[in-house]
Design a binder for this molecule. Structure first.
Ligand code: UDX
Length: 437
């Protein structure tokens, strides 16, 4: 099937490549000429494991093209809208300007029978609005809402082998026809037995924000327990293991530490609260305000711990921050807890050096005033304290004995609870962590 993908960021670029991998003819469109040029030459514009190999493979087949001219979407039967919905400046609500612009750009090129598929995470009510606009201009086209649940770092795997496929459809024959078209698009994962949920627009839009709210709540729950562990001398990692053995709870997403960041969880829970307020249902989500506060408090606590191990002051102290990305296996620094801690410490008078295997360039653009190093050893040379802020494998595996030789003071704050306290202490380090004695 001929498919178009509007917006080639973390979501769209991966989606386009994966659709080509499934055998479709795909054109990806983005307004960013530099990004399009890279993708057109089969290069990934961001770090995502497996994407470069996939781009090389599918570009070779001739089934994947990229361009900046939206007219290229003409002739495609299915149009995926994959643009970003960032947080509005100074507000909790989502900024829908890119979704609206993508839909407006698509409209002149739609033909009867086309299916416009919304993948972007949007406030409930957006699909209905988009459908009304499409009906005005091309009544023969149908809008479907098909939320995307991919995780950065596992985006290719999550797109090719999703946990579930959700369609929000209009009622009647239009909905049934659109469903048949999308079933053809997803024929391979459906044949693999991927569960499918067929529902209305409102439910489909809510599924995505509900899932992300649940995940954020799970993380903040364990981080609230970490605060209690800190007050009582208990160990949150053992607590998480113990409660995680209960299958009803489960151990995943119970890693206490610096908390969640990235381009999805933080802004999605805020946009959800804002939308609930507009709908007169704000009480239902007031707990998400607490989820957000617990999460932000972890960043402050990390700075306080660093101050504690530096005998009460970080002014003039040399601090090495290991990690800039919001999580390992990503170069994404949007709302990164690691960078937020680094920046706070810099503002409070510490000499901060940040390192990350993949995210230094993006971090530099966002926080040009911080100093950056190419490796953990370089960042930690002469440091008074080392902060582990993003749990990349190479930081988990640091040898405390060898690493102890490069620093000025053997003090480490483990912001992700991934180092072995026994080993680090045995090598002479002062080891502190969030939620651990
Ligand atoms: C998330 C959702 O998982 C995904 O389904 C959705 O489509 C987009 O948002 P992503 O932002 O890629 O994906 O990251 P995720 O793996 O969910 O991690 C989010 C944040 O939570 C990271 O900062 C991570 O470090 C943190 N986290 C995760 C914890 O602090 N503890 C955990 O136990 C798990």
């Amino acid at each position: 099937m001929r498919i178009s993908v509007i917006g080639c960021g973390y979501l769209g670029a991966v989606h386009a490549a994966c659709m080509a991998k499934l055998g479709h003819d795909v054109v990806g469109v983005d307004v960013d000429a530099a990004k399009v040029a890279l993708l057109a030459s089969a290069q990934a514009p961001f770090f995502e494991p497996g994407l470069p190999e996939l781009l090389a493979e599918v570009t070779e087949t001739g089934r994947l093209e990229f361009g900046t001219d939206v007219a290229a979407v003409a002739g495609a039967r299915v149009h995926f809208v994959c643009v970003g919905t960032p947080q509005k400046r100074g507000e909790n609500a989502a900024d829908l300007r890119y979704v609206d612009a993508a839909v407006e750009a698509l409209l002149p090129h739609l033909a009867p029978g086309d299916v416009v598929v919304g993948k972007s995470t949007v406030p409930v009510g957006t699909a209905e609005r988009v459908a009304a606009r499409v009906a005005e201009v091309q009544p023969g086209a149908v809008v479907v809402w098909n939320p995307e649940f991919l995780r950065e770092g596992f985006a290719v795997q999550d797109t090719l082998h999703p946990d579930r496929i959700v369609y929000g459809l209009p009622e009647g024959p239009d909905g049934a026809e659109a469903r048949a078209v999308l079933d053809e698009v997803y024929a391979t994962p459906l044949a693999d037995g991927t569960p499918q949920v067929i529902t209305d627009y409102a439910t489909a839009q809510l599924v995505k924000v509900a899932a992300n709210s649940f995940l954020a709540t799970k993380i903040s729950f364990i981080n609230a327990m970490a605060e209690l562990c800190e007050a009582t001398g208990a160990d949150v990692t053992q607590l998480a293991d113990a409660i995680g053995h209960d299958a009803r709870i489960g151990r995943r997403f119970l890693n206490a530490g610096l908390g969640f960041g990235g381009g999805c969880l933080p802004k999605d829970i805020r946009a959800f609260m804002a939308r609930a307020g507009e709908l007169g249902a704000d009480q239902a989500l007031s707990f998400l305000r607490e989820v957000d506060s617990i999460n932000m408090r972890r960043r402050v606590r990390m700075v306080d711990l660093a101050r504690e191990v530096c005998d009460g002051s970080i002014v003039g102290r040399k601090v090495a921050v290991l990690g800039a990305a919001f999580k390992p296996n990503s170069d994404d620094v949007r709302d990164s807890p690691a960078l937020s801690v680094a920046a706070q410490m810099g503002l409070q008078g510490a000499h901060v050096v940040v390192t990350d295997p993949e995210a230094v360039q993006n971090a530099q653009r966002q926080w040009p005033d911080l100093r950056y190093a190419a490796s953990a050893e370089e960042a930690a040379a002469g440091a008074d304290v080392v902060l582990l802020a993003t749990e990349w494998d190479e930081y988990r595996q640091l040898d405390p004995v060898a690493f102890g030789e490069v620093v000025a003071g053997k003090r480490v704050v483990d912001g992700r609870n991934v180092l072995d306290p026994g080993k680090w202490r045995a090598a002479g380090w002062v080891y502190r962590a969030l939620g651990r004695p």
